[in-house]
Design a protein around this ligand. Structure first.
Ligand code: S3P
Length: 454
């Protein structure tokens, strides 16, 4: 049954003891989706370890099976995908339900758009409210057609191009999902597909395509980052070790910075520069945060993150050009900023309005409810930090089918004066199964592991 059906699961969270120990957060969501999709488009076997087993990624795994790949779970986080090869997708027998996942639906649409098959996509109430035109417009240039609801919303049927042509496309929005949908569509088109991104976004798709043997060239130009992909490559199955998700690591890291006396380590976190903007921002706010044991795993930079509470952080102005590198971390930054000294100014974040929910509005209303003054506009949010008085709490927060809104207020609750209730915590399972168990483990000073708990 879908998460938006059935009864909400509320949870009340009170003040926490200092956090200590090791926080083993789950695998990277972006990389997990891509590993399954590229595994399905490759020839032979792809073995994935550390796959995020959240609802979003499981929905993508089911989608890949519906398009004809063999997808098997061998153990915790261990998966095997036997691919059908580029252009080898079969027509699904039923509607593809991508649940809550914008990344899942947009990347899968791209992956099937240049194969002569038809597929119908849907999702939960959150996903059905999100714009798909941003991917179906470039996919139409390849020759694919899409028929959806008003405003380019799901449910939507995509008819793949029988004779796809390659595309040259400049991204009108800074979106790794759109970039990835175009690159995945370019795989089954003949000739060279070119994507130009004026503002760089997460580059997991490019890294992984190269790892699977695609012919990809990237150069910086006056127009931005130019990515050239040679069509119809033979992708070869790979072994992929998925790093832990920096966007999930952000929650225990931020909670440790809210709760005096905390000191934790988050091992094996992906710190790809296109994703690490939040940690840079924390440094500028005066946080004691260090990267240890820097290494590379599966084509991605990884480190152990050490963080220690040493006092209140300073509010800062986050450089707007950093937004793509921390786009998913603004909700938890807004929660953390509530405990800082002075205002934290977040500009250039209009994209937050089309995430799982309107995240600017969700954070602004929630913060006001717990006694934190804010100011918002179409593409900005200012949070007036409450240090030294602290955050009051004592309210019920609507999570609005958005995992990051639920977890941001759960962290805030652990440091607020009065308990906070989240009206429905079920969305947390989309990206961070075991989140509450992990946080409880850190609060009791023992190592927290989402995998063991989840
Ligand atoms: C993602 C890209 C981002 C991000 C999302 C994951 C991806 O979305 O918010 O959580 O894996 O490509 P946009 O492409 O809409 O910026």
């Amino acid at each position: 049954m879908r998460r938006d059906a059935g009864r909400p699961v509320p949870r009340t969270i009170g003040r926490s003891a200092p956090l200590g120990g090791t926080a083993e957060v789950p695998g990277d969501k972006s990389i997990s989706h891509r590993a399954l999709i590229l595994g399905a488009l490759a020839v032979g076997e792809t073995r994935i370890s550390g796959l995020l087993e959240g609802d979003d990624v499981r929905d993508t795994a089911r989608a890949m099976a519906a398009f004809g790949a063999r997808v098997e779970r061998l153990g915790a986080g261990e998966w095997r995908v036997t691919g059908v090869g580029v252009g080898g997708f079969a027509e699904p027998a039923d509607v593809i339900d991508c649940g809550n996942s914008g990344t899942g639906v947009r990347l899968v649409m791209g992956a099937m758009a240049t194969t002569p098959i038809t597929a119908t996509f849907t999702g939960d109430a959150s996903l059905r409210s999100r714009p798909m035109g941003r991917v179906t417009e470039p996919l139409a240039l390849f020759g694919a057609r899409a028929f959806g609801r008003e405003g380019g919303r799901l449910p939507m049927t995509v008819v793949g191009a029988a004779e796809p042509v390659p595309v040259r496309y400049t991204l009108p929005v800074a979106s790794a999902q759109v970039k990835s949908a175009v690159l995945l569509a370019g795989l089954a088109a003949p000739g060279e597909t070119v994507v130009i991104e004026p503002v760089p976004t997460r580059d997991h798709t490019e890294r992984m395509l190269a790892g699977f043997g695609a012919d990809l060239a990237i150069e910086e130009s006056a127009e931005g980052r130019v990515i050239r992909l040679a069509g119809q490559p033979e992708l070869v199955g790979q072994r992929i070790a998925v790093p832990r998700d920096p966007s999930s690591a952000a929650f225990p890291v931020a909670a440790a910075l809210m709760i005096p006396g905390s000191e934790i380590v988050v091992p094996g976190v992906g710190i790809n520069p296109t994703r690490a903007g939040f940690f840079e921002t924390l440094g500028e706010m005066g946080a004691d945060i260090r990267f240890g044991k820097l290494r590379e795993e599966g084509g991605e930079p990884v480190a152990d993150i050490h963080v220690r509470h040493t006092g209140a952080l300073r509010g800062i102005e986050v450089p707007p050009e950093r937004a793509p590198a921390m786009i998913d971390e603004y909700p938890i930054l807004a929660a953390l900023a509530a405990f800082a000294e002075g205002p934290t100014v977040m500009r250039g974040i209009g994209e937050l309005r089309v995430k799982e929910t309107d995240r600017i509005d969700a954070m602004a209303r929630g913060l006001e409810a717990v006694g934190v003054p804010v100011k918002e506009g179409e593409d900005f949010l200012v949070v007036h930090g409450r240090s030294p008085e602290g955050v009051r709490g004592g309210a019920t927060i609507a999570s609005r089918l958005d995992h990051r809104i639920a977890m941001s207020f759960a962290c805030l609750a652990m440091a607020a004066a009065e308990p906070v209730t989240i009206d429905d915590v079920r969305p947390v399972a989309t990206s961070f199964p075991g989140f509450f168990e992990l946080m409880a483990g850190l609060a009791s000073g023992v190592a927290g592991s989402a995998e063991e708990a989840g």
